[in-house]
Design a protein around this ligand. Sequence first.
Ligand SMILES: NC(=O)c1ccc[n+]([C@@H]2O[C@H](COP(=O)([O-])OP(=O)(O)OC[C@H]3O[C@@H](n4cnc5c(N)ncnc54)[C@H](OP(=O)(O)O)[C@@H]3O)[C@@H](O)[C@H]2O)c1
Length: 231
Amino acid sequence: MSSLRDGYTAVVLGASGALGKACLHHLQADPRCARAIGLSRGSDPALVLEDESSLAHCAAHLREHAPLHLVLDATGALTIDGRGPEKRLEDLDADNLLRAMQINALGPMLAMKHLLPLLAKNEHVIWAKMSARVGSIEDNHKGGWYGYRASKAALNMLLQTAAVEIARRRPLAVIAALQPGTVRSRLSQPFVGDEGLAPEESARRLLHVIDRLPPNGRAHFVDHLGNSIPW
Ligand SMILES: NC(=O)c1ccc[n+]([C@@H]2O[C@H](COP(=O)([O-])OP(=O)(O)OC[C@H]3O[C@@H](n4cnc5c(N)ncnc54)[C@H](OP(=O)(O)O)[C@@H]3O)[C@@H](O)[C@H]2O)c1
C-alpha cells in the first residue's frame, strides 16, 4: 500500500472469512505494513456485529496499536440463520429483513463509530467496506435478494453520510464501498458453487484499487477493477 505511510497499521474486520483472510495475508506480506491485525467472531477480543459492546471492546483493544491507517471491513452475510435470500415478495419476513440490516448495514456502521477515532489524523487513511454491486439501486435489473440488496443499499447510504462528516475532520481520509466480484467463499458457495474469483486475487485487486482512490469528501463505490458503480 504505497499511498499509506511507511510502517502503516492495518486492521481487517471479518478476518475469518474468505475475503477478510485473503486481505489480511496480503497486508501481512506488505513490507511497508508494520502491523496487520485481524478481528472476527472467533478472535480475542471477539467482534460480533450484533453486540455493540463487543465493538467497543475491540476498539479498546486496538487503542494500544493506534493510530490506524487502514481499516478493511470484510464482514457480511447473505444466508442468515440458515435462511437464503428472498426470491419473491411472498418470501419477505420482517425478522429476516431486520437481520440482514443488522449484519450488513448497522453492525458495520457501529464498528465505524467505535473505531474511527483511532484513525490517524492529518494524513492519508483508508476505511474500506465490502459492499456489493447488488446494493446499487440504479443497477438493479434482476430483482430478488430483497434483504441483502436493501441492506447493502442502506450500508452504502450510511457510508456516504459518514464520508461527508469524516471529511470535515479528516480531509485526507478515503471511504470506500467495495464490490469484490463474484468470489469463491462460504457466502457465495450455495449460489455459484466453485465458480468465481479466488479470494486472494480479488483481495489483491481491491487493495490495488483502494491504494489509488483520492480523498474527495465523498465515499467511493468501486469494483475490484477500479470501475465506479452507480449508487
Ligand atoms: N463472495 C462474493 O462473491 C461477494 C460478492 C459481493 C460482495 N461480497 C461481500 O464481501 C464480504 C465478505 O464476503 P465473503 O465472500 O468473504 O464471505 P465469508 O467467507 O462468508 O465471510 C464473511 C465474514 O463475515 C463475518 N460475519 C458474518 N456475520 C457476522 C456477525 N454477525 N458478526 C461478526 N462477523 C460476522 C464472518 O465471520 P464468521 O467466520 O465468524 O462467520 C466472516 O468473517 C461480505 O460483505 C459480502 O457481502 C462477497
